[in-house]
Design a protein around this ligand. Structure first.
Ligand SMILES: NC(=O)c1ccc[n+]([C@@H]2O[C@H](COP(=O)([O-])OP(=O)(O)OC[C@H]3O[C@@H](n4cnc5c(N)ncnc54)[C@H](OP(=O)(O)O)[C@@H]3O)[C@@H](O)[C@H]2O)c1
Length: 212
């Protein structure tokens, strides 16, 4: 699959490095034209680099991996996302990890969906720290990721990308359920950084039903 990644920080790089190892084609989009080419060149022929707009144009799937505070301007810089699957992994965290800036009656994902005409927004990968993405097995269990979105085909493609990473990928319904999963991400942050558990933690949905 052709995946454009907007932002070359912890999440963007971790996702891109792991997906290219699964034979996906990656274009990193960055505000820094020099470093993004260095990054791409270091990862082999299936990785390229460009601007946010280049990455958005390249990807069938585009990942928004920037701080919430720059999400809107990054989306604007990405240009036309019509018809694209846009994975939102952002967390709208207040300064000093002081809670969520968006919630209850909306979510970061739903806000983003209002900024991207014609894109199919899917929320995923936000309830775990990036340092776990290359080690999603905890003993015999795989960490869960909670995927929501309004377009079934888009969700199913993102689910496959999550499985490629090694997640136990769970479809938790429409995009408005990001109102429920974004606080779960805040709980992860709270436990990891404020309650002393550290980042080597993940959520797992237990079930007695066979997964679909
Ligand atoms: N880190 C995690 O463990 C984790 C886990 C789950 C979700 N998230 C969420 O994923 C998103 C990205 O997190 P991250 O940890 O990858 O962030 P990060 O390491 O700070 O990187 C964010 C990237 O966004 C781009 N960016 C655009 N505007 C920016 C600005 N004004 N200031 C700084 N960077 C800017 C930069 O890429 P370019 O310089 O290439 O443009 C930067 O490398 C955030 O919304 C975060 O809440 C993070």
């Amino acid at each position: 699959m052709k995946i454009g990644i907007i932002g070359t920080g912890n999440m963007g790089q971790a996702l891109g490095r792991l997906w290219v190892a699964k034979n996906h084609l990656i274009m990193f989009g960055s505000r820094d034209p020099v470093n993004v080419l260095k990054l791409a060149n270091s990862l082999g022929p299936n990785v390229s680099g460009g601007t946010y707009a280049d990455a958005a144009q390249f990807g069938e799937v585009v990942v928004l991996a920037v701080p919430w505070s720059s999400a809107k301007e990054s989306i604007e810089a990405a240009g036309d996302l019509g018809g694209k699957i846009l994975i939102d992994c952002t967390n709208a965290v207040a300064p000093h990890l002081g809670g969520l800036l968006v919630g209850h009656t909306t979510s970061a994902a739903e806000e983003i969906a209002t900024w991207v005409e014609g894109a199919k927004v899917v929320k995923a990968f936000h309830t775990i720290g990036s340092e776990n993405l290359n080690k999603l097995e905890f003993g015999t269990q795989k960490a869960s990721t909670f995927i929501c979105g309004d377009d079934l085909e888009a969700k199913s493609m993102v689910k496959q990308l999550a499985i490629d990473l090694g997640f136990d990928a769970i479809d938790v319904g429409p995009l408005k359920n990001a109102r429920l999963t974004e606080p779960l991400a805040m709980l992860w942050i709270e436990l990891a950084y404020n309650q002393g558990m550290g980042t080597d933690i993940a959520f797992k949905l237990l079930t007695r039903r066979k997964s679909k």
